[in-house]
Design a protein around this ligand. Structure first.
Ligand SMILES: Cc1cc2nc3c(=O)[nH]c(=O)nc-3n(C[C@H](O)[C@H](O)[C@H](O)COP(=O)(O)O)c2cc1C
Length: 139
């Protein structure tokens, strides 16, 4: 059985909800999944993980300079090398995720070769497009 780990940073609950919906996608495909807030992250959780989804709410000046906020960048700096794990990003936002994914990738430079999926949602709900993208991610 494959294993997925979903680590999210949420301030007001939208990204938490999104993380849980992403988790349901894995569950119904018989992939074991652990959905965890970054505050509870422990390196041991990465053992035997095949798929890692890293999520953070979009922080910026609404139309410009979107980036993960400090709690997430601190968390990212604590992550070990993730080589061998398939990694994807997700975010929730109000207007525009803009440079969010690019800046998340920047924080993980050297720890991942690339990220293989980007999922975004305005309201924390998992869309049909998200489902198609994630199906490709796990194939
Ligand atoms: C300080 C602050 C900055 C934000 N900046 C942006 C932004 O630049 N672009 C955007 O689309 N949404 C922005 N938002 C909206 C949040 O990304 C959005 O409400 C998100 O879903 C909150 O997630 P959460 O409920 O998991 O905390 C911002 C919100 C806050 C509080």
């Amino acid at each position: 059985m494959k294993n997925a780990l979903i680590l999210y940073n949420s301030k007001t609950g939208t990204t938490k909800n999104y993380a849980e919906e992403i988790g349901r996608f894995f569950k119904i495909r018989d992939i074991a999944v652990n959905v965890v807030p970054i505050e509870d992250y422990d390196e041991k959780m990465l053992e035997n993980v095949d798929y890692l989804l890293l999520g953070c709410w979009t922080s910026g000046l609404m139309l410009f300079f979107q980036q993960p906020e400090k709690n997430w960048t601190n968390f990212a700096s604590r992550l070990p090398s993730l080589h061998g794990i398939k990694v994807g990003f997700f975010t929730t936002y109000s207007f525009l995720p803009g440079s969010m994914f690019r800046n998340m990738a920047k924080q993980l430079k050297g720890k991942i070769e690339k990220h293989s999926v980007e999922l975004k949602s305005k309201d924390g709900h998992f869309s049909w497009d998200n489902s198609v993208a994630l199906a490709q991610f796990i194939s």
